[in-house]
Design a protein around this ligand. Structure first.
Ligand SMILES: C[S@@+](CC[C@H](N)C(=O)[O-])C[C@H]1O[C@@H](n2cnc3c(N)ncnc32)[C@H](O)[C@@H]1O
Length: 272
């Protein structure tokens, strides 16, 4: 079978079929576009059709290829970690805006998953020391592998239930993309999300359990003052700002994604 036909008969979204075929062939997009008449070998055809079948059954493309791009860096992903989302890049942008290129800041990424946020910050701020935590050993193993593959040495990984293993640690900036979907939310039964780890997604009855915990406990890790930024659901911005205000944060703000939806909120904890 030729490449053009393999793409035509995929039975899945064209963009996904191209990613899967590129993955099987080990080619870039331009290479694929330039050779529509080339024949697939029998082995390539078998592997491609088996991936198509799994995609038709709903498996996310990122789990099928084991990779996803985030902040222009390639990350390895497995079903042990959330698939990095474009909107989470806002967290990295907010962090980089507050840490100068030469700053020797101490940064904490709570709930690091694949390590995408921690590693993107560390890569762009090589003098900064980043601590990245998660309560999942399997997720941390993926994050550690990503640090090795991206050759990032200024991140330390730690198994921790939120702040439990961070007693006495001080930070200049804390970022987190915690679980924030409400238990029972119908989105949990739709699309790629069905295949992602539940403990990466669900944040209690109203989705805000983890965020409440982070907002309340972050302050004692900022004795010299510092910024906290976290991602939240599309309709949680106002509630998050109220939580931050109640916990005494100043300079409270929310940032929207390109579609105008508030995705990240945060504030400054003044010097204790
Ligand atoms: C939404 S995912 C975020 C992963 C990654 N930071 C990203 O943006 O792609 C949330 C992460 O929180 C972790 N998590 C859930 N409960 C936790 C807890 N009690 N303490 C630490 N991490 C937790 C999950 O294992 C998961 O990796």
């Amino acid at each position: 079978m030729r490449i053009a036909e393999a793409l035509r008969v995929s039975g899945i979204a064209a963009v996904d079929a191209r990613v899967l075929l590129r993955f099987v062939l080990g080619w870039g997009d331009a290479h694929l576009a330039a050779r529509p008449e080339q024949f697939l070998t029998e082995d390539q055809q078998d592997r491609y059709f088996s991936l198509l079948e799994r995609r038709r059954a709903g498996e996310p493309v990122a789990y099928l290829t084991g990779e996803r791009e985030f902040f222009s860096l390639g990350f390895r992903v497995t079903p042990a970690v959330l698939i990095p989302r474009p909107e989470t890049e806002l967290l990295v942008e907010l962090a980089l805006e507050r840490i100068g290129p030469e700053a020797r800041a101490q940064v904490l990424d709570l709930a690091t998953g694949s390590g995408c946020v921690a590693l993107a910050i560390a890569r762009h701020r090589p003098r900064t020391r980043v601590t990245a935590t998660d309560c999942s050993r399997e997720a941390l193993d993926v994050a550690i592998e990503n640090a090795r593959r991206l050759d990032v040495a200024n991140v330390t990984f730690k198994l921790s239930d939120w702040f439990s293993a961070l007693e006495g640690r001080k930070f200049d900036l804390i970022v987190s993309n915690p679980p924030y979907v409400a238990d029972g939310d119908p989105h949990l039964d739709q699309g790629d999300v069905r295949f992602e780890p539940k403990r990466a997604l669900i944040g209690g009855a109203d989705g805000l359990d983890c965020i409440r915990h982070i907002v309340v406990h972050a302050r004692r890790h900022f004795p010299g003052g510092g910024w906290l930024f976290f991602e939240h659901g599309y309709d949680q911005g106002a509630r998050c700002r109220r939580l931050l205000a109640r916990a005494g944060f100043a300079g409270i703000l929310s940032r929207a994604d390109l579609a105008g939806t508030e995705r990240v909120s945060g504030g400054y904890a003044v010097r204790a």
